[in-house]
Ligand binder design. Structure first.
Ligand SMILES: CC(C)(COP(=O)(O)OP(=O)(O)OC[C@H]1O[C@@H](n2cnc3c(N)ncnc32)[C@H](O)[C@@H]1OP(=O)(O)O)[C@@H](O)C(=O)NCCC(=O)NCCS
Length: 146
């Protein structure tokens, strides 16, 4: 435990911003942005935040373990800018909870939320769950999980 505490990485908020413009190949056959494309980009945004978290921890990387229910509130259209913001919100021993918010910006600069979801990633080393030894600065209670 004391060796592990020496290696603690204290995180003071960690976010990743990810964006793309809706191209013709991203559309479904109703002519709006395909939901599967949004889900893949959300997973990428969460992966970016997770990767930054894991720098210097000795873990090889992390995999997506789960994501919660996703409700698509608004369609997006050709040429819209889609912006995804991933924030690390909770840390377990090997699990990493990431909130991802997705918005669209249309040709007039109007911005609306499309959806959001919470992902759980698990940090790995040699294919097995690996303690990341990271804690959020605002949650020292997490120490008892280590
Ligand atoms: C995710 C995975 C590594 C978990 O392996 P495991 O041996 O079941 O892990 P453990 O039971 O030791 O749990 C490890 C951690 O993951 C969490 N976890 C595991 N499965 C979970 C799930 N479905 N949802 C949320 N958390 C989960 C546990 O709560 C635990 O968290 P903690 O260390 O912070 O307490 C394994 O199931 C896996 O490799 N899945 C495939 C991942 C993948 O390929 N994703 C890409 C999509 S195809």
């Amino acid at each position: 435990m004391s060796t592990e505490l020496n290696q603690l990485k204290i995180i003071n908020g960690l976010e990743a911003i990810h964006s793309f413009i809706v191209f013709p190949e991203d559309l479904n056959y109703a002519g709006t942005l395909f939901g599967g494309k949004v889900l893949a980009e959300m997973d990428l945004a969460a992966a970016k935040a997770t990767r930054r978290l894991l720098y210097g921890t000795g873990c090889d990387g992390a995999v997506t373990a789960s994501l919660d229910k996703v409700d698509f509130k608004k369609p997006a259209h050709l040429g819209d800018i889609i912006e995804l913001k991933a924030s690390i919100i909770e840390l377990g021993r090997t699990s990493i909870k990431i909130y991802v918010h997705v918005s669209k910006e249309n040709q007039f600069g109007e911005i609306e939320t499309i959806c959001n979801a919470t992902f759980i990633f698990v940090s790995l080393k040699s294919g097995q769950p690996c303690p990341h030894l990271c804690i959020l600065a605002n949650n020292k209670n997490q120490l008892h999980n280590l």
